[in-house]
Design a protein around this ligand. Structure first.
Ligand code: NAD
Length: 532
C-alpha cells in the first residue's frame, strides 16, 4: 500500500498548484503523511457507518434507513450512510433554526465568527492529505487533483471568508438635516445548501464558508454518490469550535433535497447542480418566495484562433476538456477552432489525449479516474452513441484502453460536429469533446453563444484586442483568456442564461447570504403632517 504513494510529482500537479498558488509546507513529509493517513482511512472508512450531523452530534436516521456509497473505481461498497427522510430533515432544520434564534452564534462578534472560520481553515490544512484521499475513494477524483487543487483552494476559501465578517459594513446615506438614514446587511437565518458530487469537499466549502461568515446557520446536503467528505467537514466545524446546530449535514438523494428545499423554516437556498434540478428548486422556492442562488450546468467553449500559441492552447483545451474526466460544470466540452489550423491542432491534441493515464484514482500518476457511478457512465455512453448516430466523426485518440472494472470512460474527440447536434448543445458531463470550426471572429462569437448555457469560456489568441472583444461578446459568467479553469476565492463566479442565478466566491457570495435593511430616524420633534 505504501509504495503506491512513492511516486513523482507530475507536470499537471505543478500546473494545478501554480493555478491555485499553492505552496508546500516544508515541515511535513507529504509521502509519509499520506501513506499513514491512507492506512488510517482504509480502516476508518471501509464499510463504516456514517450518520447525519445534527445539533452537534452524529445521528442515525429516525427510521434507521441507510444507503451504501460505492467506490467508483472498484464498484465496491465503501460505507453505509444514514439516509434522511422528512423527519430527519425537519430535525436538522429545527436545530439550525434554534442555533440561529437562540444560540451563541448570532450573539458572537463578527471578529469571533471570523476566528472560528480561520480555525476551520487550519484543520482542513492539517488534514488535507486525508481529505484528498477520501474524495479519491468516494468520488473517483484523482488524488493529485484533490491534493494539489481542491484542498488548498478549500483552505483559502475559509481563510478568505474568515477575514470578511468584521470588514463588511452597512452604509450611511446623505439625507435631509432632520433625518439619519443608514442601511445594514443582516443574515437571512437558516440556509439550505444542496450540492453535487463532482467536487464533494470543495462544493461543500464553497457554500458553507460565506454563509457562516455572514452569520447564518446551515443545513447542507451533499449528493448521495459522495457523502463522506461533507460529513467530515461537519465534524471539522465542530472540532473548530463552531457551536452545535450551526452546521448540520443531512445525507440522501433527490427526496432528501426536495424535503430540505421546501421546508417552511428555510430562509435561503443555495443550490449547485443540474439546470433541471435547479428549475425544481426554484419552483419549491417560489411557494414561499425564498431567495435562491443557483449554480447550474454548462456547455462551455474553448475558442482557439489561428494566431494563438498552439502548444499553450493544446494544453488548455486538453485540461479543460478532460480534467476530472469532464465532470466539471465549466468543462470546455466544445472546441471552437479556426478552420486554417484544425488539422495540426487536432493531431497534437489527440496525441496528448491518448497519453492521458486512466486508472486508480488513489495513485498520484493517474490523470483520469472513473465517472462517479453507473448512472453517469450509462449517460455518457448514451451521448457517445448519439454523437455517432448524428453523424459526428470519432477522431482517433489511442486504443481506448482502461481498467476492466469501475466506471471508466476513455476520453473521446468528435469532429464534423454541427451546431444543432445534441453533442454540441447538451451537457454530457464526461470526457467527450465536440469540435466545431469557424472562419471569422463573428462566427466564433455566434457559435460560442449558440447554446442555452452561459457558464464559462476560454479564448486562445495573441491578439489582445480580440481577446477583450471576445470577453465582451461571449455570454458567460467567467471568461479566461490564454488560461483556463483558474479560480480565486476573492473573484465572484456565476452563470448566465440557463447556467444560474447569483454568485459563488468573493464578497458577492457573502452578500447573497445577507439581506439589506434600511433605517430612517427622525432627529427632530417634527410631526408628520397629513390628514385632517
Ligand atoms: P443534480 O441536479 O442531479 O444533483 C445535485 C444535488 O441536488 C444533489 O445533492 C441531489 O441529491 C440534489 N437533488 C436532486 N434532485 C433534487 C430535487 N428534486 N430537489 C432538491 N434536491 C435535489 O446534479 P448532478 O447531475 O448530480 O450534478 C452535476 C450537475 O451539477 C451538472 O449539471 C453540473 O454542471 C452542475 N454543477 C454546476 C456547478 C456550478 O458552479 N455552476 C458546479 C458543479 C456542478
Amino acid at each position: 500500500m505504501r509504495s503506491r504513494f512513492h511516486l513523482s510529482v507530475t507536470r499537471l500537479f505543478t500546473n494545478i498548484s501554480h493555478r491555485l498558488h499553492w505552496s508546500r509546507s516544508s515541515a511535513v513529509d507529504p509521502v509519509l503523511a499520506l501513506s499513514s493517513s491512507f492506512e488510517a482511512l482504509c480502516i476508518n472508512v471501509m464499510m463504516k457507518q456514517v450518520g447525519h450531523i445534527v445539533d452537534g452530534k452524529e445521528v442515525d436516521s429516525v427510521t434507521g434507513k441507510k444507503f451504501v456509497t460505492v467506490n467508483p473505481a472498484t464498484e465496491e461498497p465503501l460505507a453505509e450512510v444514514a439516509e434522511a427522510g422528512f423527519e430527519d430533515v425537519d430535525r436538522a432544520v429545527r436545530s439550525a433554526r434554534r442555533a440561529f434564534d437562540e444560540g451563541p452564534w448570532t450573539r458572537m462578534s463578527p471578529w469571533e465568527r471570523g476566528k472560528l472560520l480561520q480555525h476551520v481553515a487550519e484543520i482542513i490544512q492539517r488534514r488535507s492529505d486525508e481529505l484528498a484521499l477520501l474524495d479519491a475513494l468516494d468520488c473517483g477524483k484523482p488524488l493529485k487533483d484533490n491534493k494539489y487543487g481542491d484542498l488548498p483552494l478549500c483552505v483559502r476559501i475559509f481563510d478568505y471568508y474568515a477575514g470578511v465578517p468584521d470588514k463588511v459594513a452597512g452604509k450611511v446615506f446623505p439625507s435631509e438635516q432632520s433625518l439619519f438614514n443608514y442601511s445594514l446587511r443582516e443574515p437571512y437565518g437558516v440556509v439550505a445548501g444542496i450540492v453535487p458530487w463532482n467536487y464533494p469537499f470543495l462544493n461543500s466549502c464553497i457554500k458553507l464558508a460565506p454563509a457562516l461568515a455572514a452569520g447564518n446557520t446551515m443545513v447542507l446536503k451533499m449528493a448521495e454518490q459522495t457523502p463522506l467528505s461533507t460529513v467530515e467537514l461537519g465534524r471539522i466545524c465542530l472540532e473548530a469550535g463552531i457551536p452545535p446546530g450551526v452546521v448540520n449535514i443531512v445525507n440522501g438523494g433527490p427526496e432528501t433535497g426536495a424535503a430540505l428545499a421546501s421546508h417552511p423554516l428555510i430562509d435561503k437556498i443555495s443550490f449547485t447542480g443540474s439546470t433541471e434540478t435547479g428549475k425544481k428548486i426554484l419552483h419549491a422556492a417560489a411557494e414561499r418566495i425564498v431567495p435562491t442562488t443557483l449554480e447550474l450546468g454548462g456547455k462551455s467553449p474553448s475558442v482557439v484562433f489561428a494566431d494563438a500559441d498552439q502548444d499553450q492552447a493544446v494544453a488548455g483545451v486538453l485540461f479543460s476538456g478532460f480534467f476530472n474526466a469532464g465532470q466539471i460544470c465549466t468543462t470546455g466540452s466544445r472546441l471552437l477552432i479556426e478552420h486554417s489550423i484544425v488539422d495540426p491542432f487536432l493531431e497534437k491534441l489527440a496525441k496528448r489525449t491518448a497519453a492521458l493515464r486512466i486508472g486508480d484514482p488513489t495513485s498520484e500518476e493517474t490523470d483520469l479516474g472513473p465517472l462517479v457511478d453507473n448512472v453517469q457512465y450509462e449517460r455518457v455512453k448514451k451521448y457517445i452513441e448519439v454523437g455517432q448516430s448524428e453523424g459526428a466523426y470519432r477522431y482517433f485518440v489511442g486504443d481506448g484502453s482502461k481498467p476492466s472494472r469501475g466506471y471508466f470512460v476513455s476520453p473521446l474527440i468528435f469532429t464534423q460536429v454541427t451546431p444543432s447536434m445534441r453533442i454540441a448543445q447538451e451537457e454530457i458531463f464526461g470526457p467527450v469533446l465536440s469540435v466545431l470550426t469557424f472562419r471569422e471572429e463573428s462566427e466564433a462569437i455566434a457559435l460560442a453563444n449558440s447554446v442555452a448555457y452561459g457558464l464559462a469560456a476560454s479564448v486562445w489568441t495573441r491578439d489582445l484586442g480580440r481577446g477583450l472583444r471576445m470577453a465582451k461578446a461571449i455570454q458567460a459568467g467567467m471568461i479566461w483568456t490564454n488560461t483556463v479553469e483558474y479560480w480565486e476565492p476573492s473573484v465572484p463566479y456565476g452563470g448566465q442564461k440557463r447556467s444560474g442565478l447569483g454568485e459563488d466566491f468573493g464578497l458577492e457570495a457573502f452578500h447573497t447570504y445577507t439581506k439589506a435593511k434600511s433605517v430612517f430616524v427622525n432627529l427632530t420633534n417634527s410631526k408628520l403632517v397629513w390628514g385632517p
